[in-house]
Design a protein around this ligand. Sequence first.
Ligand code: PEP
Ligand code: MN
Length: 348
Amino acid sequence: MIIILKSHVTDEQVQHVIERVEALGLRTHLSRGVYRTIIGVIGDEAKAHLVPLRAIPGVIEVIPVLPPYKLASIEAQPEPTIVDVGGVKIGGGNLAMIAGPCAVENPERMDRIAASVRKSGANLLRGGAFKPRTSPYAYQGMGEEGLKILRETGQKHGLPIVTEVMDPRRVELVAEYADMIQIGARNMQNFVLLTEVGQAGKPVLLKRGMSATIQDLLMSAEYILSQGNSMVVLCERGVKGFDNATRNLYDVAAVPSVHALSHLPIIVDPSHATGRPDLIPACALAGVAAGADGVHIEVHDCPEEALSDGPQALLPDQYAALADQIRKLAAILGKTISAPPAMAATPA
Ligand code: PEP
Ligand code: MN
């Protein structure tokens, strides 16, 4: 950390800063120039965060040398993290193909969608049982019944399942069913939820908040990692923009930006990012070309009957065509797509 002092800082002020820093067990290196005096801090930077150094008279700027997300940073671990979700690998050259409806609606529909996306090449099945909706009057999800349907469908089709948890009190319940727990955009900074999920012992899909910076996203990942859970996959799902031509503003640059800063995998969700089925294929491919570790797509067999996010759902055939293109691009880029686990034996 570097502390920059004001131009006309007094010797007493400099001495006071040094004393505060050294009282933390850190060493200092004073450098006095003609116009500027700076103090280099040597030692564990986290300790220096315990003191509001900017508030000390004479200090104008405190510049950290290391990022505040210690565990999530590339400095902490240069090689990419590979997250294993029921045998499906994500990260380090492995692409996740997550597909399914926005919400679990009923067993028959879930079965049809799962059969079709698996045939098209998906390796993970999604579906929300607890839905975060802007309106309290909108469909809220099936709750535990939805988790059961999702798990049974996933087992039948050999697809590990991804589903959202919104409430810290429900983490244990959702973790009983899910192979991967999703934290939605609206909850990215629900720190109590992040801490609970960090203790649940399951892989986590952490979606970027709609007005969260990349640093905010990595700090939220840090909450989970700091609980001892290193199985975190990030997700770019669009941020608030000024143009309502698309549902959100798809930030494809977030993918290589995260890869430059962190060892954690990052996937893209062009369904929520654009809200437009006509744009999803191009944006999914752009994400993979930018280095995404997976693609998360909402698929519905009858979007006009969907209870949630129908207008942005791809039809099964559209997903099949897109998955085919993703596979071709993945081959060019030298990426691997884990085969999903074997299907459950159908009872005779
Ligand atoms: C979802 O995945 O259906 C969802 C609600 O996503 P987000 O949190 O990104 O809006
Ligand atoms: Mn949705």
